[in-house]
Ligand binder design. Sequence first.
Ligand SMILES: NC(=O)C1=CN([C@@H]2O[C@H](COP(=O)(O)OP(=O)(O)OC[C@H]3O[C@@H](n4cnc5c(N)ncnc54)[C@H](O)[C@@H]3O)[C@@H](O)[C@H]2O)[C@@H](O)CC1
Ligand SMILES: [K+]
Length: 505
Amino acid sequence: METLKILNASQIRALDAFTIQKEGISSIDLMERACATFVNWFGQKYFLNTKLCVNIFCGLGNNGGDGLAIARLLKQQGFCVKVFVVQYTDKTSADFDINLKRLQSFAKVNFIKTVNDFTLFSEIQQNNIIIDALLGAGINRCVEGILKELINTLNETTAIKIAVDIASGLFMDNANDKEDVIFKPDFTVTFQLPKLALMLPQNYEFVGEWEVLDIGLQEQMINELPSYYFYTAQIFPKHRKKFSHKGTYGHSLILGGSKGMMGAAILSAKACLRSGVGKLTCYVPDIAYTIMQVSVPEAMTLTTSDDLDFISTHFTEKDFEHYQAIAIGPGISTHPDVYKMLESVIIAATNKPMVIDADALNLLGTEEGRSLLKQLPPNTILTPHPKEFQKLLGLTWKDDFDKLSLLQQFAKKHQIFVVLKGYQTAVATPEGDVYFNSTGNAGMATAGSGDVLTGIIVALLAQGYSAKEAAILGVFKHGEAGDLAANSRGQMAMIASDIIDDLRW
Ligand SMILES: NC(=O)C1=CN([C@@H]2O[C@H](COP(=O)(O)OP(=O)(O)OC[C@H]3O[C@@H](n4cnc5c(N)ncnc54)[C@H](O)[C@@H]3O)[C@@H](O)[C@H]2O)[C@@H](O)CC1
Ligand SMILES: [K+]
């Protein structure tokens, strides 16, 4: 698994300083390296678009210093560049000063002191570019005064907007107030590592698409610095053995379905079979026996014998002895008898890897259900979307940073994995670590998509992947299949079955 560690602003400052000391370079050299990397990225993206004018807005600290260096390097590459420095204070950083001198020797720099000076850039057009180098990682309060006016004005333009390192005004490690004025970029180009602020849904319009540029900060220190947060960049499944047979890859049990909701169980079953499991048994209500047998011929089917619309069986440990992993939830309904069934499963599955989803989460998210949480076997995987997670908690959160911390506490308290679904799905571990997923798209916000994920995860569990591997890899491959489906037919046309069809291992 390849992950990028997410470090906070002060850790990144320490990392910068360590790199400078270790390599025996000066901070201005590191800035130059970062800016050259940025300009290389920019050149690859906009090389053919010679007509565009690049408007670079610089603050007075090192983010502003970056802006000045980027201006110089872009000008050297033949881009049309206009530079604006906002003089909101008298204080400048040393590297800002050096880069201002370097730039002024061959380019004009416009200074903005008051709103009246905004006429200097009034002609920014639709196909122009704005580079935001006003404030970066050094921000310690919300923006005010001339900076606020400027950011509001820039946000109203139709130009393509690019933030250097992080959008000006956006806090890296904690929540902004709703009223804060923040630059709204189309792209955030951030240095070395992703930042926590880029992971959270509430910041979406202040991030846009984002990309990390490797500026060669010291790997050794990145490895040593502690963090709870990781971004899953790439992850590979294990190889299958040549002399293996279906017994090698485990037997999954999916408990799912009720009248009118058999689709959920079928989607889970198909996704499970497409994810390398050796054998699959689906336990469904009596009324759904034929439906399951016809829809998923590869799966064995067991049923209740009570003629009911839902599964109300009371399971014991013995019922599960032939299975390596269990999934419960897709389409089971929230009937009180189903709650009793769920309770029996949780008690009987003490030593089985298990994934709990959908209606099973709704049942656990009731007053009565929450008391069952402490009985969950360690390492159980829960896959709630935010609404389900809110019910599981029995309380709501102030903002996404608060939600994240509640997620970590919840996973730690119950010693389980919680897959909080959404864009950049967050997988929380019993240690309180969080892995943000890098695959997936809004086309996956469609009925049945979660059932597919449950099927993938239970297949991985049955094959002997640890709960951590199954949750992180499952989420990653689910998103990857979603991206393939979106590429072939577009996000709006996607349905959950397309995600199954596009699973590639
Ligand atoms: N440290 C390094 O070696 C490197 C730093 N780099 C750049 O440096 C940036 C960080 O630079 P700085 O630490 O100088 O900080 P910034 O340039 O983000 O901010 C400058 C200063 O503005 C003040 N400030 C904070 N909040 C403010 C607000 N709301 N309104 C007005 N002023 C405010 C603070 O005194 C802060 O130090 C990074 O984001 C990155 O762009 C890159 O050049 C890569 C290398
Ligand atoms: K910025």
